[in-house]
Write a protein that binds this ligand. Structure first.
Ligand code: NI
Length: 250
């Protein structure tokens, strides 16, 4: 079994969404679709309700906070009661694309961390050029989850691991000169989960094309390569990691 913990499978992105879903079902790939704004949260839930192999996480991404109103939080809270909604995400801080609204980003993130606490849900965290603020905030909450698209140093990896987080590893690990390889060599597989971030961050050799969850296998192969272990072991251990985080009815 193999699980893509992070993808955005929405019809706006894929003309061939039906075909992609059929293929995933046939290939027995489990996916967690991450919403990032009110609309995609609803899409993620609809797909998870329709397909057994799909789970949803919902939340407000730091780049989408202009779409968030007080009412949005009420809806989010209601949606968290859906059985196929297994976590809160994609949430976080992004000072790369938006550095003029840091306080607002933190406020929205905190509200969602409070909800994660209240409903005992794991979180999926986006952090770009904001690692110190993300770390300091997460340190105050006793939550668990995934640091999505991890691309930091070994030291940063260990800081988040010690807080109880798993590292989401995706396409970047296949890029030439990626520093991630050295980090992965030095951390236990027990702290790694697989992700694609489809439609973004397409792995080699498909870089430049649209990413798909099926490519999660390429990530597992690459990690097996780096860790000098078997592909099946990477699948098995990372699946176990996901199951320890999320309450998946597999
Ligand atoms: Ni994402």
């Amino acid at each position: 079994m193999i699980i893509d913990t992070h993808c955005h499978l929405f019809k706006e992105e894929y003309d061939d969404l039906e075909d992609i879903l059929k293929q995933l079902e046939k290939e027995k790939i489990i996916v967690i679709i991450n919403g990032y704004n009110p609309l995609t949260n609803k899409y993620a839930i609809d797909l998870a309700n329709k397909y057994k192999f799909i789970y949803a996480t919902i939340g407000f991404h730091p780049s989408n906070i202009n779409e968030v109103q007080d009412e949005s939080f009420k809806i989010l809270e209601k949606q968290l009661n859906n059985k196929k909604v297994v976590g809160i995400g994609e949430i976080g801080l992004d000072y790369y694309w938006n550095k003029n609204n840091k306080e607002k980003q933190k406020e929205i993130l905190k509200k969602q961390l409070d909800l994660a606490k209240k409903y005992n849900k794991p979180i999926i965290v986006h952090s770009r050029d904001a690692v110190d603020d993300v770390y300091n905030l997460l340190k105050k909450y006793n939550l668990k989850g995934i640091l999505h698209a991890f691309s930091g140093s070994l030291e940063q990896a260990n800081l988040f691991i010690n807080l109880g987080y798993k590292l989401g590893i995706g396409g970047v690990v296949t890029f030439k000169n990626s520093k991630l390889k050295e980090v992965i060599k030095n951390i236990n597989l027990e702290y790694i989960v697989l992700e694609t971030d489809a439609p973004y961050l397409t792995p080699e050799p498909y870089r430049g094309k649209k990413n798909k969850p099926i490519y999660v296998r390429i990530i597992a192969e690459k990690i097996a390569d780096i860790k000098e272990t078997k592909y099946n072991d990477v699948c098995q251990i990372t699946t176990r990691n996901v199951r320890s985080l999320f309450d998946l009815d597999l």
